[in-house]
Design a protein around this ligand. Structure first.
Ligand SMILES: [Zn+2]
Length: 492
């Protein structure tokens, strides 16, 4: 372990000492969600992990510009170059505007991120808001001979690029074995080679999301937006690029090729990737039904767990694993995390009541604090940090039981460090809705009872009572949302 921050760079496959391009400044880009459905728990883990990284860099005194995009166009089904745009498809199925889908799920994503107490990024740009920048990049790539136009669509020429600059550095794939999409799909024949990827796609007449370009009325390829937005807000070379492991290939590999096709040098110094979250030992997927939404865990209405778990317990559970390790969510694991989290919270209360003595016995506060920093400096090792926090909890409890003692100076250091790590670095929020699960549960039960009363009033067409309940709840910052499937509520 070292006193210098080390990060695991996916590009080298090694831990490296972190050195920012500009002293005390960090530029960090994280691939955000494609807003065509509710954010799933695996994605939440990615964003919670990067929130930990963001928070720790800030805690170390860096000024961080954190850019996390919203993908609102260009992400096609199966991550491929063919097929329907995920957002257009959802809009078509629901007979509404694509931008209504975007708005709905962007707001929902932000709401879930707030429940997990993650900090907002410095900039949250959208792909559809950066079409001009993407067109400019394509022009440059065409000029550099790394892209070609066929029938109004433009593709990146992977083979040609690979003759000058090696392709496949991040994912370790060999160009000869590379086949993006082996299935024969409409339009596949447009490409010179199957490993080429779309920079611009000509829109079919039914395609609603389209923009004019020198090549056709169409839309940008999925990989291009991140290159355009990271360059715009962080420059042609920046410190950290992150995302879920599943984005390494093709998405990030293509981003590297696009940027190198223009600048001839690597755009990013450190590539960081988070690992997967499984549910009851199996991959989460909507298609198999082995899938759970954050809200379904928070309200306990799901077929996997017998009880509800609060956002902070879920976050604690996730941070108990290293961001690069796989982690499996199960009822047993969550119950254990809930106990652990509550133990940590009660220690926060206990420490406030401790009376200091003339000296500290049985615990070295300074070396404990160093160990906490060493664990975070070791590639943001939150499970190790939490382990050290529990050492402190044990000590705090033995001081309370008069088995050990603490000096006033050590008590101040211990208190400040514990607060720093729990609130600022790990990002837990102690609020009346999440600190105490029993209270959280009770509040929810009462709220649900109130909703039932309101529904009964509405059934009897007693709108005076139902509106009174709705408006009174708004005053309490609880907003009701009546849908075809019942009434949802949101705590503002
Ligand atoms: Zn991206």
């Amino acid at each position: 372990m070292s006193n210098l921050l080390q990060v695991h760079n996916s590009l080298s496959g090694k831990k490296e000492v972190f050195k920012s391009i500009l002293p005390k400044h960090v530029g960090m880009y994280v691939c955000g969600p494609t807003v065509y459905s509710n954010v799933h728990l695996g994605n939440c883990r990615t964003f919670i992990s990067f929130d930990l990284i963001y928070r720790y860099l800030i805690h170390l005194g860096y000024k961080v510009r954190y850019v996390r995009n919203i993908t609102d166009v260009g992400h096609l089904e199966n991550d491929s170059d063919e097929g329907e745009d995920r957002i257009s498809k959802r809009a078509r199925l629901e007979s509404i505007e694509p931008m209504e889908i975007v708005q709905r799920y962007t707001l929902d994503f932000r709401r879930i991120m707030r429940l997990f107490n993650t900090l907002s990024p410095s900039i949250e740009p959208t792909a559809s808001g950066h079409i001009l920048e993407q067109i400019e990049l394509i022009k440059k790539l065409v000029k550099n001979d790394y892209a070609y136009e066929i029938n109004g669509s433009v593709y990146f020429d992977v083979k040609k690029f690979n003759q000058d600059i090696p392709y496949g550095k991040l994912s370790g794939r060999n160009i000869d074995e590379l086949i993006h999409n082996s299935r024969a799909l409409d339009g596949q024949n447009d490409k010179k080679n199957p490993q080429d990827f779309a920079l611009w796609k000509k829109a079919e007449p039914i395609h609603i999301m389209r923009w004019p370009s020198p090549w056709s009325d169409g839309f940008p390829g999925w990989h291009l937006e991140c290159t355009a937005m990271s360059r715009k807000y962080l420059g042609t070379k920046f410190d950290i690029h992150g995302g879920g492991m599943d984005l390494k290939f093709p998405h990030h590999e293509c981003e590297i090729a696009q940027a190198e096709g223009i600048e001839k040098e690597s755009p990013v110094n450190y590539w960081l990737h988070t690992n997967m979250l499984t549910l009851n030992g199996k991959k989460m997927a909507k298609s198999t039904g082995n899938n759970i939404l954050p809200d379904e865990i928070f309200d306990g209405k799901n077929t996997f767990f017998k009880k509800a778990f609060s956002p902070m317990v879920i976050k604690f559970f996730m941070l108990q694993a290293h961001y690069r390790s796989m982690v499996d969510i199960s009822e047993k694991a969550l119950e254990a995390s809930e106990k652990g989290y509550n133990r940590l919270l009660s220690a926060l209360e206990t420490i406030e009541k401790i009376t200091p003595s003339s000296k500290t016995t049985g615990f070295d506060v300074i070396s404990w604090k160093e160990k906490c920093y060493s664990s975070m400096n070791d590639d943001f090792n939150s499970p190790l940090l939490i382990g050290h926090l529990f050492d402190a909890v044990k000590f705090i409890n033995s001081v309370k039981n008069k088995k050990k003692s603490i000096s006033i100076l050590d008590l101040e250091t211990l208190k400040k460090s514990i607060h720093d790590f729990i609130y600022n670095v790990l990002g837990f929020r102690i609020s009346k809705y999440s600190e105490n699960d029993t209270k959280f549960e009770k509040n929810k039960e009462i709220l649900e009872l109130l909703l039932e009363v309101r529904n009964k009033a509405r059934d009897k067409k007693d709108f005076e009572i139902s509106d009174f309940i709705r408006e009174s709840l708004i005053e309490l910052k609880i907003e009701l949302n009546d849908t075809g499937n019942g009434t949802n509520y949101e705590i503002k």
